[in-house]
Ligand binder design. Structure first.
Ligand SMILES: NC(=O)c1ccc[n+]([C@@H]2O[C@H](COP(=O)([O-])OP(=O)(O)OC[C@H]3O[C@@H](n4cnc5c(N)ncnc54)[C@H](OP(=O)(O)O)[C@@H]3O)[C@@H](O)[C@H]2O)c1
Length: 266
């Protein structure tokens, strides 16, 4: 039985991606924070896929030692991780000088340091086996600076560049290990916008929003023989094609409009 480890697998796009892997007979391993959320999501998935094997670990991945503890836990249990999905992440909204810096530092630790650490730990085993896939969930915000979501967009710029660069390094070394970089547009129906206090931000109903189901289905399709760099959501793919042709000032005008608060919001 193949095994997929999904951080943040118990909600949002993590849960939707889990459904594809469960349907294909994978064992699921989830790591995220509240044990109650993990247990409730596990119970829900077992009612959908009766024979699915799910193991969960409650862990705050923004802590420096967390990635090592996750890795050691999988080794102690004798699980070979065939697919690692670095999906756990959150965002923040507002001007950098006004946002609580502790919150942003936690975000930098989760979105960057933890992704780097988990990738390094599991990559080393995958390289020994010359087999395996790491899927890093980045964002369309990684394509250009995004005022009001500046630190978040910058964390995702790291994820996009690190993951695409790593893919090239592995090719140079003739490795079969695969690194996928996923860049979803704003997702309308996950907790992300609530956690990041962005419910009223236009982009979640804006030019190119997408849904958790659409993102998960793009990931699954491309995992099974598609691209390594995936811009998810049909509308966002069109914008990404045009992106290189649009002057920086116009890009900024559009991005700043998209990240304004909706009329009537606060
Ligand atoms: N929603 C969007 O518009 C959007 C767009 C582009 C990219 N993304 C990226 O997509 C990924 C998934 O987000 P989503 O939209 O599916 O939102 P979500 O439902 O809020 O999922 C985020 C997941 O990350 C986990 N997580 C957050 N902080 C954690 C921590 N400190 N330790 C362990 N787990 C933690 C959450 O679990 P807990 O409940 O345990 O905190 C949750 O399962 C994120 O990396 C996000 O940046 C989202």
């Amino acid at each position: 039985m193949k095994t997929v480890l999904i951080t943040g697998g118990s909600s949002g796009i993590g849960l939707e991606m889990s459904r594809h892997f469960a349907r294909a007979g994978y064992r699921l391993i989830w790591v995220s924070k509240p044990p109650e959320e993990l247990a409730a999501a596990k119970a829900r998935l077992i009612t959908e896929f009766r024979s699915v094997a799910i193991d969960t670990l409650s862990k705050d991945l923004s802590l420096l030692q967390a990635a090592r503890e996750v890795y050691d836990w999988t080794v102690e249990n004798g699980w070979q991780i065939d697919v690692l999905i670095n999906n756990a992440g959150f965002g923040s909204y507002g001007f950098c000088n006004e946002i609580d810096s502790k919150k942003e530092l936690d975000m930098i630790h989760l979105n960057i340091v933890n992704v780097y650490q988990l990738t390094r730990l599991f990559l080393s085993d995958m390289m020994k086996r010359n087999d395996g896939t790491i899927i890093n969930i980045s964002s369309n915000s990684s394509f250009q600076p995004v005022p009001r979501m500046n630190t978040y967009a910058s964390t995702k710029a790291f994820v996009t560049h690190f993951s695409r660069g790593l893919r090239e390094e592995l090719k140079l070394q003739g490795s079969n290990v695969r690194i996928m970089t996923i860049c979803p547009a704003a997702i309308q129906d996950t907790a992300f916008k609530v956690t990041g206090k962005m419910e009223q931000v236009k982009t979640f109903n804006g030019l190119a929003f997408t849904t958790a189901k659409e993102v998960a289905s793009d990931v699954w399709k491309n995992f099974n023989g598609g691209k390594d760099f995936v811009v998810t959501g049909a509308k966002m793919r069109l914008f990404y094609l045009l992106h290189g042709l649009v002057p920086y000032r116009l890009q900024q005008f559009l991005v700043q409009k998209e990240t304004e608060i909706e009329k009537g919001g606060k």
